[in-house]
Design a protein around this ligand. Structure first.
Ligand code: BT5
Length: 253
């Protein structure tokens, strides 16, 4: 992709809700941080922030997201009727995109996309309540596109992967962006029309951790259970009846 883009990369796509405007940045601390500030200034639903690299990319719970040049780092302003399941819905959009490109991406509750036993992409969905009709959410998507092992710090070398690594061939970032926006638009249209529940069967089919033992860490506790299903509100249910909404860490055993 020429950067900044020489023509509008969304041109020609049939989009319902996610139509831009788009802000392109060579470098930013975090696209989620900037998208939030923009939304507070009145950015419409569907506004997008895309950066070539992030200097302080964010994961959940204050964790860092490693975002050098070569990945797709983007945030979208959404005004969903409810937040339940939004993060998983966005994960579904990312997994569908990666699958279109020939990578057998899987979803790992609550917000990861994996391939070949490693983390390929992450989603950070953050809701912002202003106490009125202006409530919004920012969905941040980080897809390791053309990252190679030398791009990852030592602690991620054995756990992270990229589209290029899985396919043995780099992807065109402009094409990846177009496909991602198209998928986000389609999944988000379904999400706003019917809520999260109708997405669950498709999601579950891409979620091989269901039926497997998982080790969970939450509020200082650690335990093992068998993941049984994703509930219509986005919770992960375990065979022992526990329902998980937020966890610090989850490892599939
Ligand atoms: C996530 O958090 O997976 C959410 C990542 C969201 C990133 C996007 S990029 C665009 C937007 N702007 C932002 O500032 N963020 C969003 P979490 O589940 O907490 O996972 C974070 C953990 O994943 C880290 O603690 C590392 O172990 C690992 N990690 C960090 N960078 C990675 C990378 N590039 N690839 C794979 N794993 C990574």
């Amino acid at each position: 992709m020429c950067w900044p883009p020489c023509e509008c990369p969304l041109e020609g796509l049939e989009l319902r809700r996610i139509q831009g405007p788009v802000r392109w940045l060579e470098e930013v601390d975090s696209t989620n941080r900037l998208a939030r500030a923009w939304a507070l200034e009145g950015a419409p639903e569907g506004a997008l922030v895309v950066a070539r690299r992030q200097t302080a990319g964010r994961g959940r719970r204050g964790r860092a997201w490693h975002s050098p040049e070569g990945g797709l780092w983007l945030s979208v302003v959404l005004r969903p009727p409810a937040l339940e399941g939004l993060s998983l819905a966005m994960g579904l959009a990312v997994a569908r995109t990666c699958r279109e490109l020939g990578v057998e991406a899987e979803i790992r509750w609550p917000n990861d996309v994996w391939a070949g036993g490693r983390k390929l992409a992450g989603v950070l969905a953050e809701g912002h309540s202003t106490g009125g009709a202006d409530d919004f959410a920012i969905a941040g998507l980080g897809i390791n596109a053309n990252l190679h092992s030398s791009h990852f710090p030592p602690e991620l070398e054995g756990t992270a992967t990229s589209l290029a690594r899985e396919r043995g061939q780099e992807v065109d970032l402009r094409d990846l962006l177009r496909r991602t926006v198209q998928q986000v638009d389609g999944v988000y249209a379904r999400f706003t029309a019917g809520g999260f529940a109708p997405l669950v069967p498709e999601l579950a089919a891409l979620c091989p951790m269901l039926g497997r033992p998982v080790e969970v860490e939450s509020s200082g506790d650690r335990w093992v259970g068998v993941a049984s299903r994703i509930a219509p509100d986005g919770a992960l249910e375990l065979e022992d009846g526990r329902r998980l909404h937020q966890v610090e860490r989850l490892r599939v055993l």
